[in-house]
Design a protein around this ligand. Structure first.
Ligand code: IPM
Ligand code: MG
Length: 357
């Protein structure tokens, strides 16, 4: 099969880790007889420098014309003084919205080989955990009404959390379907004891749960969920939550796996075109030093094969190559911690995975 993939390398370590994922995708294509055509487009700070805007129209058009999109990371101190709507991060929200990617799947699992890198005690993570966070991605406070106004104490800034039944049902359905394919347990996370939007979220999820009698459905307040994730992560399988809560909880989930450098994500909409990216950022402190962990981006490439192209055997093959390399004791600097192993650069890790493929 032949596919056209748009590459949004972005800023910081973005170019290094996307190059790694491309190398692995190319090796996979050779092995299975596919052809992947890669076309780079600018996004984030590098787009501000080259074109004056974080998300050039050419980038949006290029992504819309491709079969799928692979993204590195955006942002860095150089662009921190940009006004809110010209920041590199705005481009990320813009492209998610332009491509209609309302679902964000963020799997977080503990690799047995990396157990020592997890900050949690053995008695908590001894049995491992494997969870899937389903984050709503094009609504909520990230996209709600915002601005400045005169308030009780003078000028104030505000952002608004708003969710419609349609948006909640749309993401809810994805979460229930995801649960049906896994262990049939779904936990919806909200703040319904305080927020009106969360009360509508909960009511809508409850109504939807009646269509999925086989799924064991529960709901939980977000503060409790943040606590439960470090107290007993194994109690969760599929989690569904709003855009902002999902952003926060997925970073927390990544830490308990040992490193944020391991977590991939898939952003999906109504079509098969998705955008795949590591959940970590642009790590400007290590950019250009060949130190970054490419695994989250490589695994994002595997998710692309699985979710957008239906190539699950190929995706399995990449995931198992990552497993084997970790089991053999190969690590990148972020995975060293207290764990034993041999530390590799970004390109060396990519070569190891490629050799095993
Ligand atoms: C993420 C990131 C982004 C988000 C930022 C960079 C806009 O933190 O993908 O988790 O908040 O969605
Ligand atoms: Mg985040």
């Amino acid at each position: 099969m032949e596919y056209n993939i748009a590459l949004l390398k972005g800023d910081g370590i973005g170019p290094e880790i996307v190059d790694s994922a491309v190398a692995i995708l190319e090796k996979t294509a050779d092995k299975f007889g596919h052809k992947f055509n890669f076309t780079p487009y600018l996004i984030g700070g590098c787009a501000i420098d080259a074109a004056g805007v974080p998300l050039p129209q050419e980038t949006v058009d290029g992504c819309l014309a491709s079969d799928s999109v692979l993204l590195g990371a955006v942002g860095g101190p150089k662009w921190d003084d940009q006004p809110g709507d010209k920041r590199p991060e705005k481009a990320l929200l813009g492209i998610r919205s332009a491509l209609g990617l309302y679902t964000n799947l963020r799997p977080a699992k503990l690799y047995p080989a990396l157990r020592a890198a997890s900050p949690l005690k053995d008695e908590i993570v001894g049995k491992g955990f494997d969870l899937m966070i389903v984050r709503e991605l094009t609504g909520g406070i990230y996209f709600g009404d915002r601005g400045y106004r005169e308030g009780r104490y003078g000028q104030e800034a505000y952002d608004t959390e708003a969710y419609s039944v349609t948006e909640i049902e749309r993401i809810g359905r994805v979460a229930f379907e995801t649960a049906m394919k896994r262990s049939k347990c779904l936990c919806s996370i909200d703040k319904a004891n305080v927020l009106e939007s969360s009360r509508l979220w909960r009511k809508t999820m409850h109504a939807l749960s009646e269509e999925y009698p086989e799924v064991q459905y529960t709901d939980m307040f977000v503060d409790n969920a943040a606590m439960q994730l470090v107290r007993d992560p194994q109690q969760f399988d599929v989690i569904v939550t709003s855009n902002m809560f999902g952003d926060i909880l997925s970073d927390e989930a990544s830490q308990i796996t040992g490193s944020i450098g391991m977590l991939a994500s898939a952003s999906l909409g109504a079509s098969t075109r998705g955008m795949y990216e590591p959940i970590h950022g642009s790590a400007p402190d290590i950019a250009g030093q060949n130190k970054a962990n490419p695994i989250a981006t490589i695994l994002s490439g595997a998710m692309m094969l699985r979710y957008s192209f239906g190539l699950s055997e190929e995706a399995d093959c990449i995931e198992s190559a990552v497993d084997k390399v970790l089991n053999a004791g190969w690590r990148t600097a972020d995975l060293m911690g207290s764990a034993e192993g041999i530390s590799l650069t970004c390109t060396e890790m990519t070569e190891k995975i490629s050799e095993v493929l």
